[in-house]
Design a protein around this ligand. Structure first.
Ligand SMILES: NC(=O)c1ccc[n+]([C@@H]2O[C@H](COP(=O)([O-])OP(=O)(O)OC[C@H]3O[C@@H](n4cnc5c(N)ncnc54)[C@H](OP(=O)(O)O)[C@@H]3O)[C@@H](O)[C@H]2O)c1
Length: 325
């Protein structure tokens, strides 16, 4: 019998960040695949705010949460070890949602075969380029627009700024959490300007925004509402400030949204399957031709997964965070 490790939820964390004992890494038997199933050895998995959000019971999110006693899950890529599903064969590389475990066994239809040559790295299949792409599509960028992106050096933000530029934005501004990330945003990601939000947000944004790509909410959102032009657009990808602090936050200036006729669009990536074919085509082309860089931080070892998820939320890393098994 094959054995492998997995991470499971023992109890829901009282805060957003799990205490030792809320999750455990255990060694378990790995069953053989039944008819129609595959057995996959995981190679990379996504480390993203979803893990901490799914541990919590935030009902406003309208997403499935982890169950206590059950393994965590997340986007992952791996190699088929054994297949009893006619659509896949041993050696195929696949994308699926059974992260947080060394081996995944399940219905073959839940595993999508990957083109190993699509991107320079297999881990790029876990990029949040798709989130950025959909958010920028919904923002309806017009040539010359001034666009603000928060968490601009993060998994979503590092790509959102680059796509906004490719869609014709005239000026792209990034908000980040350290001087090193300011340099990274400008020099590597091509932001026209970037600032460290710890030095104040509103004065550094300036005025005259057309679009705000929001990953953090709170103080950033309030400042952006003041800085947006009439009929400006906000696409709301996440609310990290509130998630991190656990405290509901502003903005206090919602009347300005009415006065300026602003639009605010929250979105989930999985609600937009109609955009996927165009995304696949354009994004792989941009990455292959060097028009977009896909920054990532690779953390090694499933035993470091929970610590990496906490570090990801608190700004310890740059770009998309992936765990290598
Ligand atoms: N809607 C969807 O379908 C979808 C899909 C995936 C992710 N999301 C959301 O998109 C957002 C970004 O996800 P991601 O994986 O790319 O995460 P990320 O931006 O790479 O990581 C979170 C980052 O937020 C920054 N941060 C933490 N606290 C902050 C605060 N109080 N104010 C401003 N920035 C703060 C930190 O970077 P600094 O060093 O810059 O502080 C941290 O690295 C998250 O809110 C996530 O939940 C949405």
């Amino acid at each position: 019998m094959r054995t492998g490790r997995l991470v499971r939820l023992v109890s829901r964390p009282a805060q957003r960040v799990p205490d030792p004992g809320d999750v455990e890494l255990v060694e378990v038997d790995v069953r053989d695949p039944a008819h129609g199933e595959v057995l996959v050895r995981n190679l990379y998995m996504s480390i993203d705010p979803g893990a901490l959000l799914r541990m919590s019971d935030l009902s406003a999110l309208d997403i499935p949460h982890f169950e206590t006693g059950e393994p965590l899950w997340s986007d992952a890529v791996g190699e088929v070890v054994e297949s009893r599903y006619e659509g896949l064969a041993a050696g195929d590389l696949v994308w699926h949602r059974y992260g947080w475990r060394d081996y995944a066994v399940g219905d073959g239809r839940q595993f999508r075969r990957l083109d190993p040559h699509a991107y320079p790295s297999l881990s790029h299949h876990l990029s949040f380029g798709v989130v950025a792409y959909i958010g920028v599509e919904l923002a309806r960028i017009r040539p010359g627009d001034t666009v603000l992106v928060s968490s601009a050096a993060g998994g979503v933000g590092s790509i959102a700024g680059q796509i906004a530029r490719l869609r014709g934005a005239g000026r792209v501004i990034g908000s980040v959490g350290s001087p090193e990330k300011v340099r990274f945003a400008v020099e590597t990601l091509g932001y026209d300007a970037a600032f460290d939000y710890h030095d104040g947000i509103a004065p550094q944004i300036g005025g005259e925004l057309d679009v705000y790509f929001d990953s953090v909410g709170g103080e950033h959102l309030e400042a952006a509402i003041d800085a947006l032009r009439p009929r400006g657009r906000i696409v709301m990808c996440g609310q990290t400030e509130q998630v991190r602090s656990g405290v509901p936050t502003g903005p206090r200036n919602m009347l300005t949204v009415v006065g300026k006729r602003l639009s605010i669009q929250g979105f989930y990536t999985f609600d937009h399957p109609e955009l996927m074919p165009k995304f696949e085509e354009e994004f792989t082309h941009w990455v292959r031709t060097g028009r977009i860089v896909v920054p990532e931080t690779v953390v090694d070892g499933l035993e470091n997964g929970v610590d990496a998820a906490v570090g990801q939320l608190t700004g310890r890393f740059t770009g998309k965070v992936v765990l290598r098994f």
